[in-house]
Design a protein around this ligand. Structure first.
Ligand SMILES: [Fe+2]
Length: 289
């Protein structure tokens, strides 16, 4: 069965969010949603995710799942808001617990349990799930982060940051728990899928050279991906990836994003004055100059 996939582009963070739905029924899943966030003001907004809410309502869809491919570092998830608005179960990899433990320590979060309980469901590798009559399965694809998974739904696979567009290659692997070698092995798992499988990306960085392109076939990725396509070898990939990662600064939203995303898209609880706060660890992340 071939799912219908609607993409939405969040240009401020170069992110694609998706609504995946049955071809002939109301069942749907939302993948990698975005909560708008203005870091200067510390203000979040649902402007972008309301487009997804509107789409779901306009098409009388029934959201069964709100899926996260990993704990994102460059945007805040709107999963909690979408669940409140539309229903559905918020789910991620069981390995999200490792990422939660890492960031619980970095942010010194005494009141936070790194047990995945903030999510409604944690997937294991190869776990099967359904979206109405659509069949899905989970492919563990660590490397960019240790909790990265891809969701194979019919002939569509949602790969998070495990692959970028062929001309961009792959995502960085220098966050805590990342591994260039693991990423290479994960990309080869994805590129072993049938050639006509549609690969839906979480991000694109088209610059001014072209438009945002959310989807490429496995065949195109195999033939043209500049990092992991035909002729690539693991050792050389690891060398290229690690030397490039060594030049990258921290993503602009990593500090607010991970604090919200390890909570499955919920803001930290309000303090006694009714205000929620995020923390900033000083002189801990990034490189000393
Ligand atoms: Fe990411």
């Amino acid at each position: 069965m071939i799912p219908h996939v609607q993409h939405f582009v969040h240009e401020a963070t170069n992110t694609f969010s998706y609504v995946v739905r049955e071809p002939d029924g109301p069942a749907a899943a939302i993948i990698d949603s975005v909560l708008d966030y203005d870091p200067a003001a510390g203000r979040s907004s649902t402007h972008f995710s309301d487009q997804l809410v509107q789409y779901v309502r306009d098409n009388d869809l029934k959201v069964e799942w709100i899926l996260e491919t990993h704990v994102h570092a460059d945007h805040l998830s709107a999963a909690a808001y979408l669940k409140e608005s539309l229903g559905g179960r918020v789910a991620a990899s069981e390995n999200v617990r490792d990422v939660q433990a890492t960031f619980r320590e970095i942010f010194n979060l005494h009141d936070f349990n790194a047990d995945g309980s903030q999510f409604d469901h944690l997937f294991t590798d190869s776990e099967q799930f359904s979206i109405g009559s659509l069949k899905g399965s989970v492919i563990s694809t660590p490397g960019h982060t240790s909790d990265s998974v891809s969701f194979l739904i019919g002939n569509a696979v949602f790969v998070g940051d495990t692959l970028f567009a062929p001309d961009k290659g792959t995502a960085r692997t220098d966050f805590p728990g990342g591994s260039a070698l693991a990423l290479y092995e994960s990309t080869q798992r994805l590129l072993a899928l049938p050639g006509d499988t549609r690969v839906f990306l979480c991000h694109d960085y088209p610059g001014t050279a072209r438009k945002f392109e959310p989807v490429h076939s496995v065949r195109d990725q195999r033939a043209h991906n500049i990092h992991v396509g035909a002729g690539s070898v693991a050792d050389e990939f690891v060398r290229i990836r690690e030397s490039r990662d060594a030049t990258l600064g921290m993503p602009a939203l990593i500090l607010p994003a991970v604090q919200v995303n390890i909570r499955a898209g919920q803001l930290p609880g309000a303090e006694e004055n009714g205000v929620s706060y995020l923390k900033i660890p000083l002189n801990l992340l990034g490189r000393a100059s």
